[in-house]
Design a protein around this ligand. Sequence first.
Ligand code: SAM
Length: 247
Amino acid sequence: MTGPAQWSNHLWLTARLYEPLWRRHSVALMTGRSFDTARELASMHKHLGLPPGSTVVDLGCSAGLYARTLAAAGMNVSAVDVSRAFLAEGARLARREGRDVRFVRADVLALPFDDAAFDGAVSGGSLNEFSDPAQALREAARVLRDGAPLWLMYAARAEGVAGRALQGALRASGLRFPAPAQVDAWALAAGLTPERSERRGPLVFALYRRGGGLPPLATTSPSPGWDRPTPRRNRRFNWERESGARR
Ligand SMILES: C[S@@+](CC[C@H](N)C(=O)[O-])C[C@H]1O[C@@H](n2cnc3c(N)ncnc32)[C@H](O)[C@@H]1O
């Protein structure tokens, strides 16, 4: 389903205001200031663990915050989005900052790249907007070389009643809020092994790795109830929570 959340991405004003008014503050707002965008970017960089010169793709890049950050670290970045307005804004910001990013208009559900073309992939907040997140993860896995990392940030299904009510309203605008176990299941089915996952408020910051010793599972079509509550037995992939690691 698509809705106002997706349509508004094509507006020039949304593209211009998204990063300064929302993106730069939203992580701190949603995590109750336990984590902010600067820490998010540092964490992404650290967990990707890629050297300068690595090829990286930013999936659903909007104005390219992740893409520009990685380009600043000397990576060779392709940034993909369907919105011309966001791609133009990303190119404008990259030019202003002197970053070399290749902005590509494409659908993440059918990426215009060869198999194993990238050393890493990132996607910040976009999984909530993709119409078929399982297919987006299959495409991410396809374009990653074996052993390459995928960094994902997304808003997960809320655990409290108030959060669920708010997400119910936001769903009407076309956004989706998957349970982390569901995202892990899609990733595993695509051939991406969950490696690390940290939840702060509604946000999940997760690292996956292409291959990782597990063969891809049989793939399934997205089911209409994909964001229903997480069955307990599927929680095994949230290692940080299970191991009691710091959150
Ligand atoms: C929440 S924004 C992403 C924010 C950005 N990644 C960041 O970290 O600032 C979601 C973006 O995904 C894009 N998008 C949604 N569906 C897409 C698709 N099927 N293919 C490519 N881009 C898509 C939208 O145009 C929008 O720019």
